[in-house]
Design a protein around this ligand. Sequence first.
Ligand code: NOJ
Length: 758
Amino acid sequence: MKIKTSIKSFRLLLVTGIMLIAIVWTMNCMTTKTTTTAKDPEIEKKVNALLTKMTLQEKIGQMMQQHLGDELNDATKEAIRKGQIGSFLNAGNVEIKNEIQRIATKESRLGIPLIFGRDVIHGYKTIIPIPLGQAASWNPELVEKGARVAAIEASSEGVKWTFAPMIDIARDPRWGRIAESCGEDPYLTSVLGAAMVRGFQGDNLADPSSIAACAKHYVGYGAAEGGRDYNTTLIPERQLRDVYLPSFHAAVKTGVATLMSAFNDINGVPASGNEFTLRQVLRNEWKFDGFVVSDWTSMTEMIAHGYCKDEAEVALKSLKAGVDMEMVSQSYLNKLEELIKSGAVSEKLVDEAVKNILRIKFRAGLFDNPITDTSKPSVILAPEHLAAAKDIAVQSMVLLQNKNDLLPVTKGKRVAIIGPLADAPLDQMGTWVLDGNAANSVTPLKAIREMIGESNVQYAPGLTTSRTTETAGFAKAVQAARQSDVVLLFIGEEQILSGEAHSRAFLNLPGAQEELVAALAATGKPIAAIIMAGRPLTFRTVADKVQAILYAWHPGTMGGPAIADVVFGVANPSGKLPVTFPRTVGQAPIYYAHKNTGRPPSASELGIPLGTPLDPRGFTSKYLDVDFTPEYPFGYGLSYTRFEYSNIQVSAPQIKMGGKLTVTAEVKNTGQVPGEEVVQLYVQDLFGSVTRPVKELKGFTRVALQPGESKTVSFDLSTDDLAFYDINMKFTAEPGDFHVWIGGNSAEGVMTDFAIVD
Ligand code: NOJ
């Protein structure tokens, strides 16, 4: 008995010890510094030395990325041995990955390790909110932590490279991949994209817990015409440089290891064969020294684009443009040798590509450390990872409406939980979850039952999925509502309705969800709608029937506990929209940083009912059947308290070119509870050598305030921050007058003026 007890306590000690080591290790790995970008001469020497030993076939092998499922067959082993593969995406479990590295490093002529890529987009096994949700937190530290958690988990299973962050600017909610983006704004996306790069790569790419990031999709992919995925983009160079390129430039400056060339064509030239974006901008102007991987078959798709007539032309144009590694298709493997031998293209270009790839492999420590240590305690779903996932989910939630302060719900009330997404563990994870397991998701139903006790909860989904039109469950849902004090209604979109190739032409709630809302509203019970979705939806009729609307995106593994905390007031919502919400799909694309036009409508023209054409009135830039303003502006989000802005000041009314000023304002919590506010700084350059946006975000910060407390918030603004591509395509600020606002969203705030003088 005694022995048994001591064995038990020894086991307990051992387990606790291992857990402690895991926690300390994980926490150490969770703090990162900025990655360095300077070329390391030692690494350059090694790259050059290795290159001189390589045959042309081995060089081309490095430029090939193939997909591998869960099986490593003899033919693949032989290809690895011959040095014909530089990278795999996916490639089975960690044991298979280790076996591949063993073959590559021990049995191939030069022993060059592979690099394993995978789509670790919003979490690996601990799934964090979709990137659009993360962006709603406007919290770079948290977003960095989320990427760190993903890196720690993914690297522990042999993944050394993620195809993230996606930093495409997305201004059209029809586009399914808006879910994977940080939204519509170049500044917000630049800040958050850089945070993700830091989180994935850590302060040293060679650290076993670091994974190489991949800024994608370079470039303009989010400008797909009509919001239809993969579609053509037409982006004038000035707009490309002012709007679509800055987030990539920020990632490059942060030291991102790789970029992915996109599927779309830009002004007639596909992104994977685009010398202007890949060679001129990325290499010549930005001095990027990592490598570019094509998107999945995006190179050979240039044949369908009508840009290349065959595989040989694909290889030629991609290499000339500067794509270093080909994902899945095999034009390099099949055609490069022939092209070089015929003199159609110089081997120097191949050497450059291979050097870029080897440089990253060296920086990633793959030559010293190709094998993943599987003896360490598991870090998957570690408690700190789940806690981080919950924190991010809490801060991602945006309170859009709260009539009569229905939220937070006081504990002790009888609650009806209704709706197809209340208990949908897969859907709450969101679009990109190759490794996420729905069994690990804590749903809102589960979390709320745990929080307020089963006896206070009645659950009746009403609809089995978000898309179904089968209404047989309505009766039970209505009955549950009648027997409760408040209805928590979980509606929105399933995960399958957003993401790659999942564009929608309608943005309304699918299936019979609107009918469900109407049936519940008829009971007269107060309703809080929690909308889980991968994009901005349009839901005016629902908003009219419910008291509160909390936008929860697809919140990930810990979505349930996060929602429970917000709904019951354990946490105060502080998320702000990273993207404009239209009133109707007909307004898309819609974004706050638009131009004024020569005939801007005025506030007196507001009040047009949706869908009812009025007599044409006035000749301004608007619609006849819906207000010209959005449903919810960029940056919008409520709190359980109120914030008031006052006393905006600039440190100087005028600044010289090259100078800077400080803008300050007071923010006061005028409500009853503590809260956090995302304070936003916008400017308008009134007149330019080219027309300028009506507002541009230039800064933001989170401020925590107790009831009655006020703080002075201050932002530094230099003339460099006000630069844009002028009429001569020079990146510069221009002398002239500016408005500046500090406020809680892009449509409100306190305003003053300043000027730049020569
Ligand atoms: C295609 C997607 O566009 C890209 O984002 C992803 O990383 C690759 N497939 C690899 O799965």
